[in-house]
Design a protein around this ligand. Sequence first.
Ligand code: SF4
Ligand code: SF4
Length: 99
Amino acid sequence: MTLPGWKELPEGAVVREPGNTVTISTGEWRVFKPVIIDEKCTRCRLCWIYCPDGTIIEVDDPNAPLGKRYEVDYEHCKGCGICWKECPVNAIEWVPEER
Ligand code: SF4
Ligand code: SF4
């Protein structure tokens, strides 16, 4: 049996336009979700840095400490848990997703 060469394989999982996943809800398969407890947050930004999907959003808020607060974009958060693991002050809770 002769296997096809790589040039004969059908295309799959091709991202043709950079950034096009912004229009796709990638949060639908999440089982757990991060919830940021603003009162505990020290604004260290580690969750924002480590999130592989850029779904921790830094929001300008003049009423918040250091003028910033952090939110989760639940349309695109995949629930990987990295932000929860990396937060040095346990300001992120890890809760079951409810739909
Ligand atoms: S759970 Fe993962 S994808 Fe969601 S905000 Fe945290 S690091 Fe980003
Ligand atoms: S890692 Fe924790 S303390 Fe740091 S900005 Fe994120 S939620 Fe706040």
